[in-house]
Design a protein around this ligand. Structure first.
Ligand code: 5GP
Length: 180
């Protein structure tokens, strides 16, 4: 089985590119069916979702727009510590159908923050499309309509996702090997 080493961790292929693309194709089909005539604005959340966004958008055949946002972490004064700010939303979202394109939903807190922030910009509706969900870790109640794959609660890299900045370039998804 193919393994890679990134810094102190070893990873092994868990989802090959062909399997990823089959599910991306299915999700694109669902969006094409559901959001035709709504001219959706896809908001891709950088950095992790760049590869998913590219493969998804190549399969979207309805009129649409694509833009990119980023979450900037900074130390907040609140006791929760890190606060995430959404940056890069330059479009007028008023009355628009938005599709947030994410790499992975773990606890769901990042997505909750995105929904809160974008919700203040008066969109007509906000849909969620994510490559991956770790259902065991979900802490908040989210209506995740478009999911390529559900995965166990293990750390993964590849296909846009990183470990300490590295590994985003791999075309397959790799899972960490826990060496006890
Ligand atoms: P949440 O706020 O849902 O807990 O976290 C979502 C974010 O955590 C993702 O956008 C991603 O950046 C990061 N994340 C969660 N699980 C993993 C993982 O297994 N691998 C990598 N590389 N990032 C992850």
């Amino acid at each position: 089985m193919e393994t890679i080493q990134i810094k102190d961790k070893k990873f092994t292929v868990s989802i090959p590119e062909a399997d990823i693309l089959r599910e991306v194709e299915r999700v694109a089909g669902e969006i094409n069916r559901d959001l035709a005539d709504k001219n959706p604005l896809f908001l891709s959340v950088l950095n992790g979702s760049f590869m998913f966004t590219a493969d998804l958008m190549k399969r979207i055949t309805i009129p649409c727009e694509v833009s990119f946002v980023k979450l900037a972490s900074y130390q907040g004064i609140a006791s929760t510590g890190k606060v995430k700010e959404v940056i890069g939303v330059n479009e007028d979202l008023t009355g628009r159908t938005i599709v947030i394109v994410e790499d992975i939903i773990d606890t769901g807190l990042t997505m909750q923050r995105l929904l809160e922030t974008l919700g203040t910009r008066r969109p007509k509706e906000i849909h969620i499309a994510t490559l991956l969900v770790k259902p065991e870790k979900l802490k908040v109640n989210l209506d995740i309509e478009y999911v390529a794959m559900h995965i166990p609660n293990d750390f993964i890299v590849g296909y846009g996702l990183d470990y300490d900045g590295l590994g985003r370039n791999y075309k397959d998804i790799y899972t960490v090997i826990n060496e006890e």
